[in-house]
Write a protein that binds this ligand. Structure first.
Ligand SMILES: [Zn+2]
Length: 478
């Protein structure tokens, strides 16, 4: 039986998403509530992101390390705001074998505390700085909201970076460097346009001075936080006593940053791209970039398969991830549907005619175009994949322009957010009390305060009427 996505993407984005992710064999729910199994086809996308980022980090001088999964309660609780922010979601280990532990151990919800505890021993002089480290790991947050594959689960696969600097200027530069790396991952690798900027006081990371975010607008006017970069200032260094002898030989508290991106970014990419027939994967992260389907007729099968192998070999030679599906238990029609559902960027169909004339007939997933070329022209597939990548970004980018509405009328602001009619940009005071009321009345929150200084859309806050501080984007989120 061919798998079909029943829900139309335009009608109900999240139902379409749930169906698609499962049908495309990316991931599924496990027997343990709130936990996800990432299957090979889905995990391979994460591997592409991981490899790309790992290079970028190393180019910035950041090294990989690994810290323990468990954090003693006394260490986790040192930074007050941080612990208040995370306690409701911490999973605890209380038993060691049959013995009750003297101290509860937190399964790390994030590692600022345990890393800071170690850094206080490592950092003694300005000569020890900067200290820049990253971990590829998972964290556990006991979410009570509904689990969504890739988007929200109790165990999060991610990376978390933790850096220490002599002064605020260097720390700020690091925060921005990583913000830009994350923007690149989303836009260049995942072909997913983002809006970058600062989080509000209410939405920032617990324990940070400032949080910067990479927000992806979705087709249904929701926005998804896809990565964050935090300026921790001296909040943790003062509590954990990370101090060093500076260049004037005086003791000083260090300046810290932390930053992370998770598999959530893949969820954003899936929601942005894809259509009623399933996924559409950007070539740079597609586990299979070109699928070759031999169309067998019973009499020329050997020749057709041989030709398909030639095509595969040629594509692999120019570093294209090509595969042949020559299984005879499935019909070509079944396979067309299957690889469309899986979002493979290009499908090549090879039958008797193609084999005899050494032709390539292919179909492009993102625009449905069917073309053909000669075998000797196969090198053009490199450019073709590059063009597909660009076209995917551009399509998403053009759509966002029509989604953002600049608003100066309070009633319209509330109505549009409530109904999810638009991503709303408006002048805002940025106050926590104001944001809480906006959330109560609309269900939406501020997503991002643009990085670039902009002219205010109004002198007064769209909601409370107090003087506006900046423009901000508001939207619903998952
Ligand atoms: Zn206000």
């Amino acid at each position: 039986m061919e798998k079909k996505i029943k829900t139309k993407k335009d009608e109900d984005l999240i139902s379409w998403y749930n169906e698609t992710v499962t049908a495309a064999d990316l991931a599924e729910f496990s027997e343990l509530k709130g936990f996800t199994i990432y299957k090979p086809y889905g995990y391979a996308i994460w591997e592409k992101i991981r490899d790309y980022l790992d290079d970028k980090f190393k180019n910035l001088g950041i090294k990989n390390a690994y810290f323990p999964l468990l954090i003693p309660e006394s260490v986790l609780e040192k930074e007050k705001e941080h612990v208040e922010g995370f306690t409701p979601e911490v999973a605890w280990v209380t038993m060691g074998g049959k013995k009750k532990l003297d101290e509860k151990l937190a399964v790390r919800p994030t590692s600022e505390t345990s890393v800071s505890y170690a850094y206080s021993k490592w950092v003694k002089s300005y000569r020890d700085l900067p200290l820049m480290m990253n971990q590829w790991n998972t964290v556990v947050r006991w979410e009570t909201k509904e689990t969504r594959l890739f988007l929200r689960g109790r165990e999060v696969i991610w990376q978390e970076g933790h850096c220490v600097f002599e002064n605020e200027e260097e720390a700020r530069k690091n925060v921005m460097d990583l913000l830009m790396v994350y923007k690149e991952v989303l836009e260049e690798l995942l072909a997913t346009p983002v809006i970058i900027g600062r989080k509000s006081e209410e939405e920032k990371f617990a324990g940070a001075v400032e949080t910067y975010t990479v927000e992806a607008p979705l087709p249904n006017n929701f926005m998804i936080q896809s990565a964050t970069s935090h300026l921790l200032g001296q909040n943790f260094s003062k509590v954990f006593d990370i101090k060093f002898l500076n260049r004037e030989n005086k003791w000083e508290y260090a300046h810290q940053t932390s930053w992370g991106i998770s598999m959530r970014s893949i969820g954003a990419m899936i929601l942005v791209h894809g259509d009623d027939n399933g996924l559409i994967l950007p070539p740079l992260v597609a586990p299979i970039q070109v699928i070759i389907i031999p169309i067998l007729n019973g009499t020329d099968d050997k020749k057709i398969i041989e030709y398909a192998r030639d095509v595969e070999e040629r594509l692999k030679k120019i570093n294209i991830r090509a595969e042949i599906d020559d299984r005879t238990i499935y019909s070509p029609g079944w396979k067309f549907n299957e690889y469309e559902l899986k979002g493979v960027p290009i499908r090549i169909d090879l039958g008797k005619k193609e084999t005899e004339e050494r032709l390539i007939s292919y179909k492009i997933r993102v625009n449905g175009k069917k073309e053909s070329m000669k075998f000797d022209e196969l090198n053009k597939f490199t450019d073709l994949l590059e063009n597909i990548q660009e076209e995917m970004f551009q399509r998403a980018y053009d759509r966002i322009k029509s989604q953002v509405k600049e608003e100066t009328n309070k009633n319209e602001f509330i109505k549009d957010l409530k109904d999810g009619k638009a991503i709303v940009k408006a002048a805002w005071c940025g106050k926590e009390a104001c944001e809480k009321k906006i959330k109560e009345q609309t269900g939406a929150v501020s997503r991002v305060i643009p990085l670039e200084k902009e002219e205010l859309l109004d002198k007064k806050c769209i909601f409370c009427g107090k003087p506006a501080e900046f423009n901000a984007y508001f939207a619903q989120t998952y």
